[in-house]
Design a protein around this ligand. Sequence first.
Ligand code: EPZ
Length: 415
Amino acid sequence: MDKFFITGPKRLKGKIWVSGSKNAALPIIAATILSPGNHLIHGVPDLMDVKTMGRLLEYMGAEFSYENSTVNIDAGCLNRFEAPYELVRTMRASVLVLGPLLARHGRARVSLPGGCAIGARPINLHLSGLEKMGARITLHGGYVHASAKRLKGTDIYFDTPTVTGTENLMMAATLAEGITRLENAACEPEIRDLAGALTSMGALINGAGEGVIEIEGVRDLTPMVHKVIADRIEAATFLVAAGITGGDVTIRNARSEDLEAVIIKLRETGISISEDENGIRATGPERPLACDLRTLPYPGFPTDMQAQFMALMSVAAGTSVIRETIFENRFMHVAELRRMGADITVEGSTATVKGVKNLKGAPVMATDLRASASIVLAALAAEGETVIDRIYHIDRGYERIEAKLRSVGADIKRI
Ligand code: EPZ
């Protein structure tokens, strides 16, 4: 099993190019189920999760190819309408085929995603929304069994804004009879990007990214040609890398409009952030300042940046209070940061981080995607060598991270 060997501290310097967004690419690939014909999706990151979504579509009978960040799919002749446990257990986002399968083929059998390191993550809001649209849904044998003649447009209010829930129902509504209104919908930039891809297929969607989305169903859609947005979480991770190493890094291809809450917080820590035609430039202070944080649905501070931000606060001057409000178990990185000398106490969904002057290299273990990014950042700033085990977690969401970090001066090896 691969490991990272990282020796620090090293001030990072230079330019990093950000890849396409994992969390935009996955629903957009699932959306190809909605229309026969050849779909072209550009700017897709070369990640394990993208491959898994491709295998899932192939399992259902689609033709899928990936080359040079471009996905080519023909979902014209599906012969299975099922997402098996073997695939879903490796990637929860597989549940995103449920809405499109039901809308286009009137039936779906999708494995319930099992437990997840960061929280229970139920899909009840996906299922109750589809039921409101007239789907018959039963759960047995660990599977969701869904069927519907033709889904019907209706008003759906989300008790809590759910990203993939909004995406699943938005896709399902594109071929439903009549108008669907999704209220208290998630507003993440990935939702807006999916709506853009669906609109390029002929869907009628208004309000994506604004909390209330209206979709007027149509009879048929046509294949898409779409370019996926840049990965805002990858971009933000590299901004923190500049800050935690006291470095000077410019992030190319990133969209600052998707990063407002992150940029505001990073500036509070003393990291200077500027933007020009070259990209977003982050210059780290001698030592970051402590500042409190609460994760929230977009446009609030993203939970997918909480762990990375905690790494930064672990070497800050002062004490920070970090509240995780989205997932109930998203502090798995705390124990690993403590192994590197961080001073963090956790009570329920609140972590108190007393900044220390220096972290020390140590053998540590990745537990989930963003937790592993957090310990990579800590290792870049730590004195000595850190060895990170189970880095397959990071490969799920960061394309060639070690090559990108090495290109700005990090001492990182994958063995
Ligand atoms: C998406 O997950 C992202 N994944 C996650 O990124 C991200 O952390 C999350 O949104 C929040 O921003 C993808 O886009 C593939 P939610 P999702 O449904 O859609 C509760 C990463 O690191 N909820 O918005 O699964 C849920 O338990 C990953 O890239 C219900 O109660 O998250 C959570 O507390 C990790 N019932 C809250 O809503 C439901 O039916 C938000 O979850 C659905 C969700």
